[in-house]
Design a protein around this ligand. Structure first.
Ligand SMILES: Nc1nc2c(c(=O)[nH]1)N[C@H]1C(S)=C(S)[C@@H](COP(=O)(O)O)O[C@H]1N2
Ligand SMILES: [Mo]
Length: 527
């Protein structure tokens, strides 16, 4: 049966070849991880490749990923990269059984691609970033060369020169040694990375936040409605949405953290330590933060009480003037330790609003996910043009001279928050019983405040909802509406009016380039 034996001989080359390739890939990643642990944890192989992928993802695809995978988008991306790498490694292994050099060269080529990806990241810092990929790929190429040699001999027909049995054992021994060695290297790399993070963790645990010189006004009674299913007025830190490009959350040691303010029109460039900031009079403010990627009705909005330094005070100390007072810079570019850049209008952050360099969030130091030790928060601007996490540098420049990260990717230069409202309850496709049904949710128009919320049932007239107390114009506002629900399918739509008297538009736009507009609707079936 010639077909069967040909199939068997193909398989007997393919299986060891693919195994050799997978092991070589594993060894390459493990060594890269170890080198990264030694030189720069943020330069781990999957991290830099993933980061480079994120940097090149068009706005529409990024939006799709956020929409589809939500905050798991990064896990999905990393698993995807690992799956692709595994396929390529297995294929290279199959090639290597016949052409050992070609297989190893293929691995080296991937190392070069990885190094290029690392060097292209906005936070790239030279040789330390490309070493993990290069050394990892070299290790992988060597492993493949050795294993492929044994695999091709081990797949020789039984009884031919060299003897299949002994060689198969030889292959398995070499494979086992590789697996154990690579596993150990990978674990050691992870351990080293973890140890560096411990300093940052300790610095956060040791941080005692001073009391604010200017506390937030106590929350008015009645900002929080007692309606099951409504978004809580204050978002607990653990539930606060997270949107950023960091595959590995930066762990910054508060003790070594610095913030530099410099650039156009900065009469006195300064560098501040965290203690410098904490020694200043702190302000505490309630501010609702919203993401430009939030769809109508979407979850990317959160509310917190922020503690920090008034940004305009620091800018004034450095001699910065807003354009309206003759300042030469109209754009403030905040840069984070992971190379993210966000550009805000200088006029906005100095116009008297509570733009904050925040150190505290809801009574505790910023969580790492939300920018420890210091981030920016500017009421009225979407996060991508204002809310720089893990900030380390503020450069004054102009919108003409510089485009920040998201602007280079088709998002708008300027992006004030649009008036939005959301129905939290009933949920879409809920089946409430007939009679009184409480419809409730939140509405926001930071800087302008919410003065009215209305509900429309099917094509009926707009009816006023009851407004919860308003905290400030920079916070969202809860609302509720007692609906006399009749059996059947119904569509509920909400619209808000902001403090300028403007009604939320029904014009639907996508999130790109400057935030979604349109009205949120929920379809329910009353039983
Ligand atoms: N360093 C850094 N800061 C960042 C981002 C980022 O990707 N990197 N994303 C911004 C965006 S798009 C938003 S909406 C807010 C979200 O802040 P949060 O994750 O604390 O909710 O952070 C902003 N600050
Ligand atoms: Mo965002």
């Amino acid at each position: 049966m010639p077909h069967v034996s040909r199939l068997r001989s193909t398989l007997s080359r393919t299986v060891p070849g693919a195994s050799a390739g997978l092991l070589a890939g594993f060894a390459a990643l493990a060594v890269a991880e170890l080198v990264a642990g030694l030189v720069r944890p943020a330069a781990g192989p999957v991290t830099v490749v993933g980061g480079a992928v994120i940097d090149r993802t068009p706005a529409a695809v990024k939006d799709f990923a956020i929409r589809t995978f939500g905050e798991d988008d990064k896990t999905v991306l990393q698993l995807g990269i690992l799956a692709v790498l595994a396929l390529i490694a297995a294929a290279l292994g199959v090639v290597a059984v016949r052409h050992r050099r070609a297989g190893s060269c293929g691995v080296l080529l991937f190392g070069l691609i990885g190094a290029a990806a690392a060097a292209s990241r906005p936070d790239s810092r030279g040789i330390g970033d490309i070493l993990p990929s290069l050394l990892g790929a070299s290790a992988g190429a060597l492993v493949l060369y050795v294993l492929a040699g044994r695999a091709s001999r081990s797949s020789a027909p039984e009884g031919s020169a060299g003897g299949g049995v002994w060689n198969r054992r030889g292959f398995l021994v070499a494979a086992g040694v590789t697996a154990v060695g690579a596993g150990a290297a990978g674990l050691l790399g992870r351990y080293l990375t973890g140890r560096q993070a411990q300093g940052a963790v300790a610095s956060r645990e040791g941080l005692v936040l001073p009391a604010p010189a200017s506390p937030a006004r106590p929350l008015p009674k009645g900002v929080q409605l007692k309606v099951p299913g409504i978004t809580p007025f204050t978002t607990p830190n653990n539930d606060f949405y997270r949107v950023d490009t960091a595959l590995v959350v930066p762990k910054v040691d508060a003790g070594t953290w610095r913030l530099r303010i410099h650039g156009k029109g900065v009469a006195r460039a300064r560098t501040y330590t965290l203690d410098d900031l904490l020694a200043r009079p702190l302000i505490e403010r309630d501010i609702t933060l919203t993401c430009v990627s939030n769809e109508v009705g979407g979850p990317y909005a959160g509310h917190a009480r922020w503690l920090g330094v008034r940004l305009s005070d620091l800018l004034a100390e450095c001699g910065v003037k807003p354009p309206s007072a003759g300042g030469r810079a109209d754009q403030l570019v905040a840069r984070s330790v992971d190379g993210m850049t966000l550009g805000s209008p200088v006029e906005d952050v100095m116009d008297g609003r509570d733009a904050i360099l925040a150190v505290g969030m809801n009574g505790e130091p910023l969580p790492f996910d939300h920018g420890f030790p210091v981030r920016m928060v500017v009421p009225g601007l979407y996060g991508y043009v204002s809310a720089c996490k893990w900030i380390e540098d503020i450069e004054l420049t102009t919108f003409d001279a510089y485009d920040a990260y998201w602007v280079k990717r088709k998002w708008a230069r300027r992006a004030p928050v649009k008036t939005q409202s959301r129905i939290d309850t009933p949920r879409p496709f809920a089946r409430p019983g007939a009679g009184t049904v409480t419809v409730a949710g939140v509405a926001w128009a930071q800087r302008r405040g919410i003065t009215r919320v209305e509900i429309q049932v099917d094509d009926g007239p707009w009816q006023d909802a009851d407004l919860a107390a308003q905290d400030t114009v920079d916070t969202w506002r809860q609302w509720s509406y007692r609906w006399q629900a009749t059996p059947g399918g119904h569509n509920l739509t909400v619209r808000a009016t902001d403090g300028t008297g403007r009604v939320q538009t029904e014009q639907r736009t996508r999130t790109v380039p400057d935030g979604a507009s349109g009205r949120h609707s929920v379809f329910v079936t009353v039983t």
